[in-house]
Design a protein around this ligand. Structure first.
Ligand SMILES: [Zn+2]
Length: 239
């Protein structure tokens, strides 16, 4: 019976590993998807700032074009001054030139402001780009790690499945049946260790006499609380 229990214990460990890998196969692709999303959000941040620089540049060009048109106008009006005959006409022209000059100086100021803003955004952008590059590198690393774990899991899965197959043949069919039933009812755990008179499946104390029986490993003994098969791993080793 001792040997049967040990085989069953090994089977349990394999089943827990398989269970973990199964959960990972469900979880890892979701984690990778989340990381992908994070990555595109980071890239978007940069994209938005680049677009802002572009639109500011466009605005600047437009304003410069306007400015040179206004400056042309001033030149033309100034040329007309030479042809003016009356004082009244002269004064009118002067007023007109003055008005245009007001406009152009305001436009010049606006262009300067835009240039400053472009500088500001560009400075921020290059800082941001560095940050985003670092973040993206980190994300890539995380994704790679998960991918490696997935590959590892696939390898372990195959190996453990084969071992399980072999083990199952060595365990009495009644015991396997009992184990499978318990496993299904109890979150994948049919056999548990006992430590310090406590079932490690439900953490309820078992009677001292029962604890002694478990240590003898002569019979299948089940936890009075959770019904699982109790396994004694010995004193020397830790769980
Ligand atoms: Zn229990």
């Amino acid at each position: 019976m001792k040997q049967q229990l040990e085989l069953l214990w090994e089977l349990q460990k394999i089943d827990l590993t398989l269970k973990r890998i199964k959960e990972e196969r469900d979880r890892f692709p979701k984690e990778i998807k989340k990381l992908d999303e994070k990555q595109s959000i980071e890239k978007e941040k940069i994209q938005k700032e680049k677009e802002k620089v572009e639109s500011l540049e466009k605005e600047r060009k437009q304003k410069e074009k306007n400015l040179s048109l206004e400056q042309e106008k001033v030149k033309k009006e100034e040329a007309r001054m030479l042809e003016v005959k009356t004082n009244k006409e002269y004064q009118a022209l002067l007023n007109e030139i003055e008005a245009i000059k007001n406009v152009t100086s305001r436009e010049e100021e606006e262009i300067l402001q835009i240039l400053e803003e472009i500088d500001e955004v560009k400075k921020d952008l290059s800082k941001r780009e560095k940050e985003v590059t670092t973040t993206i590198e980190k994300i890539e690393k995380e994704k790679k790690k998960i991918q490696e774990k997935m590959d590892q899991g696939d390898g372990i899965w195959k190996e453990q499945k084969e071992r399980r197959e072999a083990l199952s043949k060595q365990i009495e069919s009644n015991l396997i049946k009992l184990y499978n039933t318990l496993k299904e009812k109890r979150q994948g755990v049919g056999v548990v260790n006992v430590k310090k008179e406590t079932c490690q499946g439900c953490f309820v104390n078992i009677p001292p006499q029962m604890f002694i029986e478990v240590q003898k490993t002569n019979a299948i003994i089940r936890c009075p609380n959770c019904n699982r098969i109790l396994h004694w791993e010995g004193d020397g080793r830790k769980k």
